[in-house]
Design a protein around this ligand. Structure first.
Ligand code: LRH
Ligand code: MN
Ligand code: MN
Length: 430
């Protein structure tokens, strides 16, 4: 038995009052899909088996570089964060793992594992942090970390990543995600080539410390915090890194780390083709690395990304198992509600991609029928698959409408009474 943060009675009662409506919506959708030659049960099964990890740092209220407005009942540390993550999983049954960030979540791995077990949660990729200084560290990352000009600073950053692997190994994680803020703010400040050489050499040291069954993900980001140049600025540099390091190295695509209008789905296709897609940080953005809720700005793009993933799944691409993780920051919403919403949007995009008529699409592409090809995608995208998502949740013990059930549970109010209010302040992402 695992500890439940939301009582089964709350979920049970909520479901009881929504079951009849869901039953008829599910039957109607099933009939519609069957006319299109699609078995709704097969889609529901696939959706139920699709999971996405939540970021430990996502359950706290974010902030900008201008200010941070704390929310009620913010988690005091990693154990509170894990409880909040559990709420999301109990209601959605789509997020059974958590991605940790070290040193933010650093504590005895035995306690982490025990808490995870008690909540029925596992751990996805570990994230290192050499983009800010931890209190008391010997060498500052102000001018870089893995690519720093100073060997001792680079060694410290490598050591930190190895420690992340060790913690991860003790709690059942199988991957390390490395994102660095290294770059430069002025033309001439850094030698692009030397800097990248130093980065590759540091990453090779980290790679050597990877257990056999682990993967190393490098995450690219166009700019910020460095504003003139960034060492791992795009998928081109990222691919070079993964190819240089070896078979256990892959590229991680954070959807918010590209210039507006970039064709991210095509980047995804390229990385799949060359066996270097490691996984995702799902979120959405309008302008830059906005870290908005998945599917909140451009749900069609999210669908198009999933269209590539399902295409690869159907083609049986060897060794294809990208890690699915959310990376968001919440300023005006309850983070638990935002993460529930994102998990649902991600499953929605997957379900929509699953019902694309791929045989027809292939034919239209072959015949250069651009209009019908794009309409084939639109037809799947226009289908309201919510009954499939809700039924998958219900069958797994989750809530038909998880946000409504969450509000009904009074969880936020309860933890607000237990966790001291945090005072506001200047910006920061945790
Ligand atoms: C960088 C990033 C990266 C970090 C996280 C907090 O912008 O996307 O994944 O680890 O945010
Ligand atoms: Mn990210
Ligand atoms: Mn980011």
């Amino acid at each position: 038995m695992t500890d439940q943060m939301i009582s089964a009675d709350v979920i049970g009662e909520h479901n009881k009052s929504n079951e009849a409506a869901l039953g008829s919506d599910y039957a109607a959708l099933g009939e519609n899909l069957s006319r299109r030659g699609i078995d709704i049960e097969a889609i529901t099964k696939k959706v139920s088996e699709f999971f996405v990890a939540v970021p430990s740092w996502g359950v706290g209220t974010g902030g900008t570089r201008f200010a941070r407005f704390p929310g009620q009942g913010e988690p005091r540390g990693i154990f509170d964060k894990l409880e909040d993550c559990s709420v999301i999983n109990e209601l959605t049954r789509a997020t059974p793992t958590v991605s940790l960030h070290i040193p933010w979540d650093k504590t005895d791995p035995k306690d982490l594992k025990a808490k995870g077990n008690s909540l029925g949660l596992g751990f996805d990729a570990m994230n290192s942090n050499t983009f800010s200084d931890a209190p008391g560290q010997a060498h500052s990352y102000k001018y870089g970390s893995l690519s720093h000009t100073d060997a001792a600073t680079r060694a410290q950053a490598v050591e930190h990543n190895i420690e992340c692997i060790e913690i991860g190994n003790a709690i059942g994680s199988k991957a390390l995600t490395v994102w660095i803020g290294d770059g430069s703010n002025f033309p001439g400040q850094a030698n692009f080539t030397r800097q990248f050489e130093r980065y590759l050499s540091s990453m090779a040291d980290i790679y050597k410390a990877l257990p056999d069954d682990w993967r190393l993900f490098s995450e690219h980001k166009m700019y910020e915090p460095a504003f003139y140049s960034t060492v791992v600025q795009d998928w081109g540099s990222n691919l070079l890194i993964a190819q240089t390091l070896g078979d256990k190295a892959f590229c991680l695509v954070d959807l918010g780390h590209h210039a507006p209008n970039t064709n991210i789905e095509m980047i995804v296709a390229r990385l799949i083709q060359f066996k270097k897609l490691g996984g995702f940080h799902f979120n959405d953005s309008k302008y830059g690395d906005d870290d908005l809720d998945a599917g909140s700005i451009d749900p069609y793009r999210l669908f198009l990304v999933f269209n590539e993933l399902v295409d690869a799944e159907n083609r049986g691409v060897k060794g294809f198992h990208p890690a699915h993780m959310i990376d968001q920051s919440h300023n005006v919403t309850d983070p638990i509600e935002s993460l529930i919403s994102s998990a649902n949007e991600i499953r929605r995009a997957y379900a929509q991609a699953l019902i694309v008529d791929r045989k027809a699409l292939d034919g239209y592409q072959q015949d250069n029928d651009a209009l019908m090809a794009t309409d084939t995608l639109k037809r799947a995208y226009r289908t309201d698959v919510e009954p499939i998502l809700a039924e998958a949740r219900r069958r797994a013990g989750g809530a038909i409408d998880p946000i409504a059930a969450y509000r009904k549970s009074g969880y936020r109010k309860k933890v607000a009474g237990e966790r001291p209010a945090v005072v506001g302040g200047s910006g920061g992402i945790v």
